[in-house]
Write a protein that binds this ligand. Structure first.
Ligand SMILES: NC(=O)c1ccc[n+]([C@@H]2O[C@H](COP(=O)([O-])OP(=O)(O)OC[C@H]3O[C@@H](n4cnc5c(N)ncnc54)[C@H](O)[C@@H]3O)[C@@H](O)[C@H]2O)c1
Ligand SMILES: O=C(O)[C@H]1O[C@H](OP(=O)(O)OP(=O)(O)OC[C@H]2O[C@@H](n3ccc(=O)[nH]c3=O)[C@H](O)[C@@H]2O)[C@H](O)[C@@H](O)[C@H]1O
Length: 390
């Protein structure tokens, strides 16, 4: 037995149970290295990327896109039960079939993160793990503090201590614009009026990452995603839960603003978001620190990733009805004071100029792809309300 195996084993023995279970010794260390190794490929950029929240909606799509073009990817995800964990497990299997290994663990586990950086000199971190959802923040505020504040700081500590320090690209949110009513939302607009705790934690994330950029020279890119949708999406989001209810013949609740004004979102298709994430990774300059010490200034960037064409929620419902070929039973009620904002609309000039970001999928085309995936994943056949998974 080698010395490195012994020290690894003692580390595993003293760590949490799930860690021991999911690593299981040298075999697992080999899997991590294999998954992280870039492949020779004309389109790959030779990166080794740690993707947090890899079993999530955006994490799965980004991990697949990176792996497909030849980059090395290792995922980490805690598979929490905010929404159906079996969907996260199915995404994990999809990733495994493409050679992406996802470690089951929490970003609050600093020992796990340090071990991952010991095993692999990650060049980049794509940080997507978070407690998402605007309205759930009123039900479970602690989960937002756990993942979006404490977890973020633990991750940044691990990145700052890593040698080499990775460049970090992470998901902020359009919700940071809060009550801002200047449209379209530009990165220079005020973001000091969050309307939900979720938004407040994302805004805090922007300030926290700035601190680590300033003190430790970490290269930081924050991406403000605008209501992302698509295949393998999130069951808690309106387009997904509306689809489920419409197919099951159940009513949907459509929120409306004051004075009967329709709510609107700058719905953005997942493939466009993936291109924005990869463009950010490709253009991120290196962190400048080593051994926890800054050696020079590092870039701090923030970009909107939206679609620049807001659509009202009733129009979203009509498009779904068309693709599902089923009429929705709608309850229209005034938006409760639950953290929602009346509209979002992204100005994407900065991302276009600096990342080459150019969204190409409109809501009709994107929802068509989503519905196709949904019907297939949940085992529906056209003309039947029966399915095999729900
Ligand atoms: N989908 C959107 O419309 C949208 C919009 C704006 C911002 N965002 C942000 O983009 C990121 C990805 O969102 P998504 O839609 O893929 O959400 P998601 O919930 O599908 O993915 C997040 C993943 O992170 C994991 N996770 C949560 N807390 C964790 C922790 N403490 N440790 C390890 N893993 C943890 C979850 O299990 C989940 O698989 C999030 O940061 C979210 O806040 C999403
Ligand atoms: O861009 C973001 O930063 C955020 O995007 C997403 O939030 P939202 O834009 O709120 O998406 P989503 O829930 O699909 O509601 C869409 C619309 O349907 C309305 N809505 C919603 C539910 C319902 O039952 N009825 C309804 O009318 C609702 O009032 C809204 O007008 C992410 O979930 C979030 O994680 C965050 O990151």
């Amino acid at each position: 037995m080698t010395a490195s195996y012994l020290s690894f084993q003692s580390f595993v023995d003293t760590s949490h149970k799930y860690f021991a279970a999911s690593w299981g010794g040298l075999h697992w260390e080999r899997q991590i290295r294999a998954s992280a190794a870039p492949r020779r490929s004309p389109s790959g950029s030779g990166m080794s990327v740690l993707v947090t929240g890899a079993a999530g909606f955006v994490g799965t799509h980004c991990s697949l896109a990176l792996r497909k073009r030849g980059d090395g990817v290792v995922g980490v995800d805690n598979f929490n039960a905010y929404y159906d964990p079996s969907l996260k497990k199915a995404r994990k299997s999809l990733l495994a079939s493409h050679g992406v290994f996802v470690v089951e663990g929490d970003i609050n586990d600093g020992r796990l993160l340090a071990k991952l950086f010991d095993v692999v000199p990650f060049t980049h971190v794509l940080h997507l793990a978070a407690q998402a959802g605007v309205r759930y923040a009123m039900e479970n505020p602690a989960s937002y503090v756990h993942s979006n504040i404490a977890g973020l700081v633990t991750l940044l500590e691990a990145c700052k201590d890593a040698d080499p320090q990775p460049a970090i690209v992470w998901a902020s949110s359009s919700s940071v614009y809060g009550l801002n009513d200047k449209v379209p939302f530009s990165e220079r607009d005020r973001t000091d009026q969050p309307a939900s705790l979720y938004a407040a934690t994302k805004k805090a994330g922007e300030e926290i990452t700035h601190t680590y950029n300033h003190i430790y020279g970490l290269s930081i890119t924050g991406l403000r995603f605008f209501t992302v949708y698509g295949p393998w999406g999130r069951p808690d989001m309106a387009y997904f839960s509306f689809t489920r209810n419409i197919l099951q013949g159940k009513p949907i609740t459509v929120y409306r603003g004051k004075d009967h004004v329709d709510l609107a979102r700058d719905f953005t298709y997942i493939d466009d978001i993936v291109k924005g994430c990869l463009g950010s990774l490709d253009t991120a300059r290196k962190s400048t620190g080593t051994g926890g010490k800054k050696r020079g200034p590092a870039p701090y960037r923030i970009f909107n990733l939206g679609n620049t064409s807001p659509v009202t929620v009733p129009t979203l419902v009509s498009i779904l009805e068309k693709h599902l070929r089923v009429k929705a039973k709608k309850n229209v009620i005034e938006m409760p004071g639950n953290g929602d904002v009346p509209f979002t609309h992204a100005n994407i000039t900065l991302a276009r100029e600096q990342l080459g970001y150019k969204p190409t999928t409109n809501l009709d085309a994107g929802l068509k792809k989503f519905v196709k995936w949904y019907l297939s994943y949940y085992g529906y056949t056209r003309g039947s309300s029966k399915n095999s998974r729900q």
